[in-house]
Ligand binder design. Structure first.
Ligand SMILES: NC(=O)c1ccc[n+]([C@@H]2O[C@H](COP(=O)([O-])OP(=O)(O)OC[C@H]3O[C@@H](n4cnc5c(N)ncnc54)[C@H](OP(=O)(O)O)[C@@H]3O)[C@@H](O)[C@H]2O)c1
Length: 422
């Protein structure tokens, strides 16, 4: 009889097939069963990965109730049905490894409650930033720190689009279409470009950092579809890159967790992270700042994180509650409302080129106590001109009042762009 730890795999697509390759002939672990949709898929995958057809099943209970299997690895995606399957696996005494960020962000409270009830562990390194070991870094390496803040490029698709817009000087819609043709963006890109995917990851990270459940629907979210070539040019001119960042500030009073585009100064390590890469900058009270950069997706990088979780589980010596599972998903965290958050802002306006416009603008900003870092007037032709400026940190609600005032001014044609500055 083999003494290897037996695992059951649910789903064998991009990440699942990467895991099969990594665990091929592994000394301690054996993939005992793989659940797929039907026999036809089983035959195809068995052939592609040179596996014995006998280890495949299209009845999920063959995996969930097999007493020889101690770890169920979920790599099929989905939320409601998948949650039911994983709770059944926990009931049957199995630990779980998953890469499913949607499931954890939306249903993590029930799943972790079930894990606690059945004294099992759920590991999910691959759910955030694919191949970058951020969860283990937070839960183990930085476990003695209070995490002060975390800022990260957590979505490869949007980082790719912004980078190509900058390098090729093309507008958002054109770059998105090309990214879809190249397979860097989904046919329905909403999940990525509107920031939902990054928000799921922020909710998971914020839960770990705060030790409380963070409701993904309360994470403030803005995507990149409004970013224009002009925004990118202006950022470059001033020494910034525009990035979609997931940000968590672990304040004394309330947690500040959000996703939105940001002007990132060129000397910040996140500014130089291009294409579909991910990067995370995390600051602990003792560790100071650590930056992790790597592949946020892909078959082998993501499977590397899944395999790492399996290794951590099998190194566990007893069945006592696992100290690695430190998140408390049952106590709700209070999130800071975006109105109370302070940011510095880049603002661009178009205006009528006439005497006194800049004075009116200055007076409007003065009324709101907004301190201007610089102001630049350009592109003056005919009766129209543009100006852009950066203001020092003010509350978001104050910013909205400024924009409203500016839009109401006769001398200003439009507020063309408002972007937060790091
Ligand atoms: N791809 C990445 O780089 C990456 C990175 C981080 C996290 N993740 C997460 O990892 C998980 C897997 O992603 P993936 O990219 O490997 O997806 P994928 O390539 O679509 O693979 C999913 C596999 O699960 C199977 N499956 C889905 N629903 C099923 C069901 N109800 N019954 C039976 N089989 C089912 C699919 O079968 P069919 O092919 O027959 O439909 C497919 O083989 C997802 O939660 C994803 O969010 C992925």
């Amino acid at each position: 009889m083999s003494s290897k730890i037996k695992i059951g795999l649910l789903g064998c697509g991009t990440v699942g097939s990467g895991l099969v390759k990594i665990l091929n002939n592994h000394k301690q672990v054996e993939i005992a069963k793989i659940f797929v949709r039907n026999e036809k898929r089983a035959k195809q995958i068995a052939k592609d990965l040179a596996l014995d057809l006998a280890i495949f099943t299209w009845n999920i209970d063959d995996v969930l109730t097999d007493s020889s299997i101690s770890i169920v690895v979920e790599l099929m995606g989905g939320v409601d049905q998948t949650k039911k399957h994983l709770i059944k696996a926990l009931e049957n005494g199995k630990d779980i490894v998953t890469a499913n960020k949607d499931l954890l962000a939306l249903e993590g409270d029930d799943l972790f409650a079930a894990a606690e009830k059945y004294k099992r562990t759920i590991m999910y390194e691959a759910a955030v930033a694919g191949g970058i070991p951020i969860i283990t870094t937070l839960k183990q390496s930085l476990a003695a720190n209070k995490i002060i803040c975390l800022q990260g490029i957590l979505n490869g698709t949007t980082n790719y689009i912004l980078d190509v817009m900058k390098k090729e000087g093309k507008p958002f819609a054109e770059v998105l279409m090309a990214a879809q043709e190249l397979g860097f963006a989904e046919a329905d890109p909403t999940n990525d470009i509107d920031g939902h995917d990054a928000a799921y990851k922020v909710a998971i990270l914020a839960s770990i950092i705060s030790g409380k459940r963070v409701d993904v629907n309360k994470v403030y979210r803005e995507g990149i579809s409004k970013i224009t070539k002009m925004d990118i040019n202006s950022a470059q001119k001033r020494g910034y890159e525009i990035k979609l960042l997931g940000m968590i500030f672990n304040n004394e009073d309330k947690l500040d967790a959000r996703v939105h585009p940001v002007f990132v100064p060129l000397d910040n390590p996140l500014a130089s992270v291009g294409m579909e890469n991910n990067a995370i900058l995390v600051k602990g009270d003792a560790s100071d700042t650590i930056t992790l950069i790597g592949k946020g997706a892909g078959s082998l990088p993501t499977a590397s994180s899944v395999a790492g979780d399996i290794m951590i589980l099998i190194s566990k010596e007893s069945s006592e509650p696992n100290p690695l599972q430190i998140s408390n998903f049952t106590e709700a965290a209070e999130l800071k409302n975006i109105d109370e958050v302070e940011n510095s802002f880049y603002i661009r306006i178009s205006m009528h080129d006439k005497l006194g416009v800049l004075r009116d603008l200055g007076e409007a900003l003065f009324r709101h106590n907004a301190n201007v870092k610089f102001i630049d007037q350009y592109d003056v032709h005919g009766s129209e001109a543009h100006a852009d400026f950066i203001i020092d940190p003010i509350q978001e609600k104050e910013l909205r009042a400024i924009v409203k005032d500016l839009e109401a001014m006769d001398s200003i044609k439009a507020v063309e762009s408002v972007i937060r500055v790091l």
